[in-house]
Design a protein around this ligand. Structure first.
Ligand code: PXG
Length: 461
């Protein structure tokens, strides 16, 4: 039912017109969108979405890396409905709480590592990362080392769009457009072997890339460095999978220099890598762990920061107020949906299935795509994967300017019933974790077709 008075917004053309006239989209060239018109998605079920013309698309991106349990789960809708009737809103300020937030906090403590026993709720991954900055700096203040305030992040990182999270992010346009980063944030290069590894083996490069953190700490002075932040696998930066020896070395360096480790699990958390968390997959012990997306499978906005005992113990012992929080921190309806979502992941053994069955199958089938003349590298972990499209497979030469070939391939995907994301010229998937082997076969067939169409357009065979 439409609330728009002038005209029932029930068809693609009128929706497009209203969208063009009134809606500013995130990360979008508004002029180009106005010229082309937006795609209107009207419904979804399982691993498929439908647009307003009734066209079905296989959602290779699980929305925006988030619909882990797939679309149309009645259990989540029922949980929201029940909570809306019982207690649609209450806050957790001023010594109050409510059952949904309490139970979710307890469940999160159960599914995360033993030293992660507290959660601070937010409404998004961006807010979670802003909260992280506040927590880290507050922690070192309380610990009597206020000069330890610099947070080291990485180029190509994406930690969100609020001022703090955008500062942690390592994407040039975000910094250029916002006079960012804020003071006290430094960046090192990521472990992007395919692009930057040169003649080094992945192992040699992995160690060298981790040592850039050590060099940066020494350059800034360990007494000034508060924390290091990284995504287990960098998502929006292009699904940058670190060599196996990278994270153990980062953990060693953080321990040695007493630098807190922040592992941003907004994409990798809740099963994406075939483990509950990326930290489990890489055997990391984070002091802080931002979460969002898969926490509710995107059904409602909710995020949070898992806070390790080291920080939580000091905050509690200190007995002083932490001056930070949001009206909707621990929103009851979002918490109820997150609880139902985690219950599905656990009870239906969705993550175990990715690890043991569908993940390895996807890995095998994805690997076959490396044979394609356009594909320089087919990489990934679990259910997050990338194809690096290159001009020359032997020399690892990229296309110039970056992004055009990726966009071309992405458009072929949409036209042929598949959602893939293009990051520069890397084609990305991050599908719902409920994908079956049959869905994976369908996905690979569509990807192959779209790669062929792209190659044909470029005159490459
Ligand atoms: N951390 C990571 C690792 C993310 O991927 C955020 C934090 C921020 O979360 P919120 O909920 O504030 O969006 C993200 C978000 C893309 C894309 O195009 C990726 C994200 C968001 C929007 C688009 O790849 N990741």
């Amino acid at each position: 039912m439409s609330l728009i008075k002038e005209r029932p917004a029930s068809d693609t053309l009128s929706w497009r017109a209203f969208d063009r006239e009134h809606h500013l989209h995130p990360f979008t060239d508004t002029k180009a969108l106005a010229e082309e018109g937006c795609r209107v998605i009207t419904r979804a079920d399982g691993v498929y979405i439908w647009d307003s013309d009734g066209k079905r698309l296989l959602d290779g991106m699980a929305g925006l890396w988030c619909v882990n349990v797939g679309y149309g789960r009645k259990e989540l809708a029922d949980a929201a409905y029940r909570q809306l009737l019982e207690l649609p809103y209450y806050n957790s300020f001023f010594k109050t709480s409510h059952p949904a937030a309490i139970e979710l906090a307890k469940l999160l403590a159960d599914v995360t590592a033993p030293h992660l026993n507290h959660v601070f709720f937010t409404n998004s991954g961006s807010e979670a990362n802003d909260t992280v900055i506040r927590l880290v700096r507050r922690y070192w203040d309380l610990a009597g080392k206020p000069e330890k305030h610099v947070i080291i992040s990485r180029n190509d990182a994406y930690h969100g769009s609020t001022i703090g999270a955008a500062s942690l992010s390592g994407l040039k346009p975000m910094h250029e457009q916002g006079h960012l980063p804020i003071p006290g944030i430094a960046h090192i290069a990521p472990p992007y072997w395919y692009r930057d590894g040169g003649d080094l083996s992945p192992e040699q490069f992995g160690l060298a890339a981790a040592r850039w953190l050590e060099e940066k700490i020494n350059e800034l002075g360990a007494d000034r460095v508060a924390a290091f932040v990284g995504e287990p696998v960098q998502g929006a930066g292009g699904v940058i999978v670190p060599p196996e020896n990278y994270w153990p070395e980062i953990q060693r360096i953080c321990n040695e220099y007493d630098v807190l480790l922040i592992v941003d699990e907004v994409i990798c958390g809740f099963g994406r890598l075939g483990a509950w968390f990326g930290s489990d997959h890489y055997r990391l012990k984070p002091d802080l762990m931002p979460i969002a997306k898969g926490l509710s499978s995107g059904y409602l906005p909710i995020g949070g920061v898992m806070v390790g005992d080291r920080l939580a113990d000091l905050f509690i012992a200190e007995g002083k107020e932490f001056a930070h929080g949001f009206t909707y921190s621990g929103h009851p309806v979002a918490c109820a949906v997150a609880l139902a979502n985690i219950a599905l992941l656990r009870d239906e053994k969705i993550i175990e299935n990715v690890k043991a069955a569908t993940g390895p199958y996807l890995e095998k089938r994805w690997g076959e795509l490396a044979e394609h003349p356009l594909v320089g590298e087919a990489r990934g972990v679990g259910f997050v994967r990338a194809l690096e499209l290159v001009k020359n497979k032997t020399t690892r030469e990229f296309f110039e300017p970056a992004g055009e070939v990726g966009r071309m391939c992405r458009d072929f995907c949409f036209d042929n019933g598949l959602v893939m994301r293009a990051i520069r010229d890397a084609m990305i998937i991050s599908p719902p974790l409920i994908m079956t082997k049959e869905h994976i076969d369908e996905l690979i067939e569509l990807v192959n077709k779209c790669l062929d169409l792209t190659a044909k357009e470029l005159g490459i065979s």
